[in-house]
Write a protein that binds this ligand. Structure first.
Ligand code: PRP
Length: 177
C-alpha cells in the first residue's frame, strides 16, 4: 500500500488574494512607468503570476520559463537544469522574477545569476512564499507574500509529485507512512 497524504489548510484563498493585492500595489509603485518584463518560473508560479498581473494595470511583458530542481518527491535534488524558454531580450530591461517559493535558494539563485549576466537595467524578485530556514544560497526577496515554516506545502501552483497544483488554498501536506 502507498502512503496517504493528509491535507490541512495553511493559507486560505482569501489570505492569498490579500497578499497578491498588496504585492501588486508595491510593484505598481515601482514599475508603472517602466514597462517591466515579468518572468514566471514554471510550473509552480503560474497561478500566482496570473493573479498578480490581473492587478497590474499598466504596460508590461510576461515571459514563462522552466527551471526545475525538484524531482517527483518532496526534497530538492539540488540539481539545477538549464533555463528553458527565455525568448525575451533581457538586456536593458527592468526585470522582475516571479516565484511561488524560495526554499534552498539554489533555483532562484541560479536563475538570478543567469539573468544578471544578460545585463538587465534592474533585476528584482517577487516570491509568494519564503522558507528561510532551508536556505543554502543567499537570495534577496524584494516583494514577499509570506514567510513559511519548514513544512511541505501544496496548492495554488505548488505540487507534490505533480498533484495538488489546482487547490485554491495553500495546504500543509503530511504523509502518513
Ligand atoms: C520549486 C519552486 C522554485 C524552487 C524553489 O520549483 O517553484 O522554483 O522549487 O526551490 P529551491 O529554493 O530549493 O531551489 P520546482 O523545482 O519544484 O518545479 P515546479 O515549479 O515545476 O514544481
Amino acid at each position: 500500500m502507498g502512503s496517504q497524504p493528509k491535507l490541512s489548510i495553511f493559507l486560505t484563498k482569501d489570505e492569498i488574494e490579500a497578499a497578491v493585492k498588496r504585492l501588486a500595489a508595491e510593484i505598481r509603485r515601482e514599475y508603472q512607468d517602466k514597462y517591466p518584463l515579468l518572468i514566471c518560473v514554471l510550473k509552480g508560479s503560474f497561478m500566482f503570476m496570473a493573479d498578480l498581473i490581473r492587478h497590474l494595470d499598466f504596460p508590461l511583458e510576461v515571459e514563462f520559463i522552466r527551471l526545475s530542481s525538484y524531482g517527483r518527491g518532496r526534497e530538492s535534488s539540488g540539481k539545477i537544469k538549464a533555463v528553458q524558454g527565455l525568448r525575451s531580450k533581457v538586456r536593458g530591461r527592468e526585470v522582475l522574477v516571479v516565484e511561488d517559493i524560495v526554499d534552498t535558494g539554489l533555483t532562484t539563485g541560479f536563475l538570478l545569476d543567469h539573468l544578471r549576466q544578460k545585463k538587465p537595467t534592474s533585476l528584482s524578485l517577487c516570491a509568494l512564499t519564503d522558507k528561510p530556514s532551508r536556505r543554502q544560497f543567499p537570495v534577496t526577496i524584494d516583494y514577499l507574500g509570506f514567510t513559511v515554516p519548514d513544512k511541505f506545502l501544496v496548492g495554488y501552483g505548488l505540487d507534490w509529485g505533480e498533484k495538488f497544483r489546482n487547490l485554491p488554498d495553500i495546504c500543509l501536506l503530511e504523509v502518513e507512512e
